[in-house]
Design a binder for this molecule. Structure first.
Ligand code: ADE
Length: 232
């Protein structure tokens, strides 16, 4: 029997999903409210983990230990690093990595967490496909691409930083939690996928665009997730 952990960093990324839950039990832990219930026929736990990589990592471990989830979905918004991804479009993670890890001095690649034996954390292939078919079903007017999520404790709004994330890490979108969720899911052997709708272009226009588009973008991602959980 599947139990799906659904993690968003901010209220606007999970509020609609929470409002659709039935048979809800709420558990508070580490300053987070875990809403356990049924969504579109599936057994789920929905939570707002808070912003940034530490909050996200803590949340994954609670999902694993306390709720024993079998799958993890991270839903939310991101800045685009790929010219093919416009505001409102969706990026489905192929993998995720930490762009702010730097232990090159000891021979590791930029972004590589020492002693993990890998740079990127691969998403579950079946969940990626399910996300793509859900998008075709419920958001057919929205473009969805597979790609790489790059995460750091940093809002990207500078053209030069953006170029680095593209050239060095080959990222398709930038956000602040995905790699930690991927990393935690990998360590706990839980299949995961990250679904991010584009709220801005992660450049000089991000400061203006993000507040304007974050809500609509978050809703795109949540709509896809609501459909997808029924097929896991
Ligand atoms: N989330 C949404 N847009 C972002 C950006 N430009 N940088 C980091 N996280 C984001």
């Amino acid at each position: 029997m599947s139990k799906i952990g659904i993690i968003g960093a901010m209220d606007l990324e999970v509020d609609t999903l929470k409002s659709k839950l039935t048979d809800v039990t709420i558990t508070k832990k580490a300053g987070m409210e875990f809403h356990e219930g049924t969504l579109n026929g599936a057994s789920v736990v929905v939570v707002r983990c808070g912003i940034g990589k530490v909050n996200a990592a803590l949340c994954v471990q609670i999902m694993a230990d306390v709720f024993q989830v079998t799958h993890i979905i991270n839903t939310g918004v991101a800045g685009s690093l790929n010219a093919k991804l416009d505001i409102g479009d969706i990026l489905i993670s192929q993998d995720a990595l930490h762009h702010d890890m730097d232990v090159r001095i000891f021979g590791y690649q930029l972004g590589e967490v020492p002693q993990m034996g890998r740079l990127e954390f691969p998403a579950d292939a079946r969940m990626m496909e399910l996300a793509r078919s859900s998008c075709a079903r419920v958001c057919s007017d929205i473009k969805a691409l597979f790609g790489r999520v790059v995460s750091g404790d940093q809002f990207i709004s500078d053209n030069e930083v953006k170029e680095t994330l593209i050239n060095v890490f080959h990222g398709d979108c930038a956000e602040m939690e995905g790699a930690s969720i991927a990393h935690g899911a990998y360590l706990n052997k839980i299949p995961f996928v990250i679904i991010r709708a584009i709220s801005d272009k992660a450049d000089g226009s991000a400061e203006m665009d993000y507040p304007k588009f974050e809500k609509a973008a978050a809703e795109h991602s949540a709509k896809l997730v609501e459909d997808m959980v029924a097929y896991i």
